[in-house]
Design a protein around this ligand. Structure first.
Ligand SMILES: NC(=O)c1ccc[n+]([C@@H]2O[C@H](COP(=O)([O-])OP(=O)(O)OC[C@H]3O[C@@H](n4cnc5c(N)ncnc54)[C@H](OP(=O)(O)O)[C@@H]3O)[C@@H](O)[C@H]2O)c1
Length: 250
């Protein structure tokens, strides 16, 4: 049996690092992408100390050359990729009426264009796997239905523009990659980690990273009859159970 090779972007901390840990526990070889060498090597050391077969890959999702070099390196070292988790992301933003375009560009560069840049660079390697899985780490705040449903707790979220709209774009991007690749064994899905305690939200989330990584791991390990082109993960309803999972509305 050959090992499963999984690349995670933004794997040096938060949900990405924990996803690497959970992949490692399943015996996968984890290619831990990080834009900063020191932080990436520290994550590699931490994962290896936990028994994970982890290798740091220098990867800034906003930089063409960095992404190309990462793809070339994976091609030379492994010749294919079984799992890609587009996890790297940033959160910034102001209310719509106060948003400036520099903030929008910065957020979209990482959360939207970065995902397309990395996915297209890795697709030749993913096509060489038997049945590759691509996971876009999105968010329930990118669900237009949930954000505008007065009964949803998400309706109470501030009307910050950049981050939620970047995840809404990512949701459509997920649906269209799935459509484009529907005649292949590759599945493309969007994960909702739920509101998870990480640096992204100054550790204000109510879910642990162990819980936050579950949606990515689930979608990365879907069987052949699993779905493609959906948003799946934690369900946060006003009265529902705190640990419910399932398909979210777009
Ligand atoms: N936390 C939540 O409640 C929550 C909810 C829904 C979705 N998400 C999504 O989950 C994903 C992971 O977020 P997190 O909560 O784990 O946040 P985090 O702890 O801030 O981690 C974000 C990761 O992305 C990396 N990153 C940022 N820009 C990058 C770039 N240009 N190139 C490569 N890596 C880059 C960061 O690297 P540095 O250390 O170098 O900055 C870090 O490793 C994000 O896509 C986020 O939108 C989070």
């Amino acid at each position: 049996m050959t090992t499963t090779i999984a690349l995670i972007t933004g794997a040096n901390k938060g949900i990405g690092l924990e996803t690497a840990r959970q992949f490692g526990a399943r015996g996968f070889t984890v290619l831990a992408g990080a834009r900063d060498d020191e932080r990436g090597l520290a994550a590699e050391r931490e994962l290896r100390a936990d028994g994970v077969d982890a290798r740091f890959v220098s990867l800034d999702v906003t930089a063409d050359a960095s992404v190309r070099e990462a793809a070339d390196w994976i091609e030379r070292e492994y010749g294919r990729l079984d799992i890609l988790v587009n996890n790297a992301g940033i959160a910034r933003g102001n209310p719509a009426s106060e948003t400036n375009l520099d903030t929008m560009r910065e957020v979209y560069e990482a959360n939207v264009f970065g995902v397309i840049r990395v996915t297209n660079a890795m697709l030749p390697l993913l096509r060489r796997a038997l049945a590759a899985r691509i996971v876009h780490v999105s968010s329930e705040v990118g669900s237009i239905s949930s954000m505008t449903d007065p009964a949803s707790p998400l309706a109470q979220m501030p009307a910050s523009l950049a981050y939620p709209s970047s995840k809404a774009a990512l949701n459509m991007i997920t649906a269209l990659y799935a459509k484009d690749l529907r005649d292949t064994p590759i599945k493309v899905n969007a994960a909702n980690p739920g509101y998870t305690k990480t640096d992204l939200n100054r550790n204000s989330g109510f879910r642990s990273v162990t819980e936050g990584a579950e949606a990515s791991v689930y979608l990365a390990t879907l069987p052949a009859d699993g779905p493609s082109g959906i948003l799946w993960g934690h369900l946060w309803s006003a009265d529902g159970p705190a640990d419910a999972y399932g398909r979210l509305p777009w």
